[in-house]
Design a protein. Sequence first.
Length: 329
Amino acid sequence: MTQPPLPGPVCLRTDQVVRVGPLTLRIASDQAEFPALRYFSRAARMPVTTVPDVELWCLSHADPGLPADTTARALNFASGYYVTDHFGPPVRMSSTGNRIVLVGDHLQRLVWPYVVKYLLLRHTATTGGLFLKAAALSAGDGATLVVGRGGAGKSVLVTGLCRNGATYITNSHVVLADGAVQGVASTMRMRPGPWLDHAATTAALDPSERLVDPYDAFPHHAGAAMPLRAVWIADFRAASEHDVQQLPPDEAVGIVEQFAFGLNVYRLEEDLLDLCGGDYRAFSTQYARMRAQLHAAVSNCPTYLVRSDVQLTAHRGRLLQLLSDGGTS
């Protein structure tokens, strides 16, 4: 989509197109080496000639004078409340067509915490897909989702398996459409551990975490969508433990809905309502469609509760076997 020029003068010092799952996003900023780009894997970067699906302008030194949006999210930004537990200086948001303009300071705090998630929600609300908070990996031609609460060991599990033969898909965001999984090529926010050198990686917004590019860390990667084969619920409890149990669909669906359904996890219900023009009945229809799609996806594939110390070779071998053939461990 060709956008009209901004009404005010803007000197761009960062201008990069990145792939966000099924979307291409232009990130433009008047700040050199805009820090938000650190959260995209180098594999996500597209040629500068790529025509993007969406444009995001993050401006701190110039105000183009665009009128602010009247959505619930824009009103929150103006008061310094971003999303869930993210706060900061007031930000003005202005949207026209497929261009979003943010004006304020430290705007990298909004790109991953909000904008990427919003765009994936908007895309799936429009196309009929589903946005999930999940890691994903594979062995063979099918994808396995890894979900769970924060600190449940999802990243450690994915890292342990993908450094030992599994194919990496994503560590954070998934789009599920027509039974196929497509990941978002982000960097991984991880705490220093058995193989992660604290000094050799880039600091994240949270000073206790580091940024790791999976395309530097793992030998095998899947960029194209892959059929959903299984769901794992990570629940690491203790060193040396290995306990894998298959869950009945009704239990599995409830867990995945609460811990992986992007609309719920990231508190995007106000955004979906605004996308529906403020029409609660249209919102209800979209929400019901998403929940039904989620329930069908989880119910139609095996779901396992995985409590395993992936650092141990024997446990890792059993998990790789489960990943490749779906057999019990």
